[in-house]
Design a protein around this ligand. Structure first.
Ligand code: SF4
Length: 459
């Protein structure tokens, strides 16, 4: 399920086959489309499309190119009136465009400020267009921010890293078009992977900016899957993952579509099946996602109580073996539930399932004995979050519940694990205080693989 959050299907380019284009989009997995108005007339047509097609929603607004043509006193009441239509979900596209300067910057800024106030009065998120005018756009947004809440998306993102960080710091979502698929756009693809999951959106900007394989042709929402595939590759995810993440984001920003947000004990990311083992932990890591969010890669993992083995095994069965491994993980430390792990693993091993545990390495501290021999033949892989390169930093960042040298206890746990578990790796954080060279030395000494983890990336 993908949502095209920006298309102009009211444009003349679709006069001959508009209905077929919308039908094609739906058949290709684009469940919903936001048709974005750029003038009063185009906003009216967007509403008409939303009335006609169940899966089309409307955004209303005046494009900056129109800023010198319109009379503000005339358009503001019309837009206010349009906003009361049930399927109007945003105000846009609005913004600043100094690339083509079809309207003077002064007129554009005046219109933009009015559009910002309107969005705040109407409680509608913004769809922002910006070209060669980032500084003015951010200045105005910051000035207006103090006067009320700002919710919106930077549509068709094509800025640099500074622009990206500034937009994120203002709370904006970031939306990518088929431009990410262009062979020369390595820089844009690099930025795709820097956007946090919870701020990512997709769009086609049809009829413009067809993805690489359709370049030169009129764009249409059914081509969105090409952009989704490219973004999935960049972020080392599946297209399903990108669809789930961006559809949830669309729901969070625009209030549609309805998405399943009930907490899950078993959920799939990429080709791995995760078991949300417990929400309890023996660390209080300063970066831990469970303190900030309920979601991991679009799944709600905030379970109310720890799951039992039979319910989990039943859930796993519903995936009909369509996964490469099962991972004990979740918003807590799996080894707190050692008996649960052993029971579920015993059943899965009968079916030859590959099993991994993502752990903080406190298993022996929790149970005050060496638990590792009990896992022999049950667990194939252990991934230990060591995070830092010494005890002082470990205590500062991971804030363990145990006294003593917990960092050293984790190292000892890894030594013991090597005797019974075939594959072991450690992860560390890409924080400035963490010495990567030291971490690699630790991994070498232990004889295990190592991997760096972005501190703000979960799943
Ligand atoms: S060990 Fe994992 S689950 Fe526990 S607080 Fe740290 S990041 Fe969160």
């Amino acid at each position: 399920m993908l949502v095209d959050t920006h298309a102009h299907l009211d444009f003349h380019n679709y006069h001959e086959d508009r209905d077929a284009v919308i039908e094609r989009a739906y058949k290709s997995g684009v469940s919903h489309i936001i048709n974005v108005g750029v003038t009063i007339e185009s906003s009216r047509l967007s509403i008409e499309l939303a009335r006609k097609f169940a899966h089309v929603y409307a955004s209303i607004g005046i494009h900056p190119h129109e800023a010198s043509q319109i009379v503000l006193q005339e358009v503001l009441p019309i837009l206010t009136d349009y906003a009361h239509e049930g399927k109007v979900v945003a105000l846009g596209e609005v913004g600043l465009d100094y690339y083509r300067t079809l309207a003077s910057p002064e007129d554009q800024k005046k219109l933009f400020r009015e559009m910002l106030r309107l969005s705040q009065n109407l409680s509608l998120p913004l769809i922002l267009h910006v070209r060669d005018s980032y500084n003015d756009l951010f200045t105005i947004l910051r000035e207006e921010l103090g006067k009320g809440p700002l919710k919106g998306v930077l549509h068709c993102f094509s800025g640099d890293e500074r622009v990206l960080h500034e937009a994120l710091s203002l709370g904006l979502f970031i939306s990518f078009t088929g431009q990410v698929t262009y062979q020369k756009n390595d820089m844009l693809r690099k930025l795709v992977s820097l956007v946090p999951d919870e701020r990512l959106l997709l769009e086609t900007d049809s009829p413009f900016l067809s993805p690489h394989v359709h370049r030169g042709k009129r764009n249409e929402p059914s081509f969105l899957c090409e952009t989704a595939r490219c973004i999935a590759d960049e972020r080392h995810l599946s297209v399903d993952d990108v669809g789930r993440i961006t559809t949830l984001n669309c729901h969070q920003l625009f209030g549609f579509p309805d998405v399943a947000v009930t907490p899950k004990a078993v959920y799939k990311i990429r080709n791995s099946l995760y078991i949300n083992t417990t929400t309890h932990c023996t660390n209080e890591c300063s970066f831990c996602a469970r303190f900030f969010d309920d979601f991991v890669k679009g799944h709600n993992v905030r379970i109310q109580k720890d799951p039992n083995p039979s319910a989990v095994l039943q859930d796993i069965d519903t995936f009909e073996g369509d996964f490469k491994e099962v991972v004990f993980c979740g918003f807590g430390e799996p080894f707190i539930r050692l008996d649960f792990i052993k029971e579920v693993s015993r059943q899965l091993k009968k079916k030859g399932v590959y099993i991994r545990i993502d752990t903080n390495g406190h298993g022996n501290l929790i149970h005050t004995r060496n638990i590792l021999p009990e896992l022999k033949g049950l667990i194939d892989e252990l991934c230990v979050s060591l995070n830092t390169h010494n005890e002082v930093l470990y205590r500062k960042i991971c804030r363990p519940h145990f006294e003593g040298n917990v960092f050293q206890e984790v190292i000892s746990f890894i030594h013991e694990a090597k005797k019974v578990i075939p594959h072991i790796s450690i992860t560390f954080l890409d924080l400035p205080d963490v010495d990567i060279g030291e971490m690699e030395k630790i991994a070498q000494t232990l004889g295990v693989a190592s991997r760096m983890r972005r501190f703000n990336s979960v799943g």
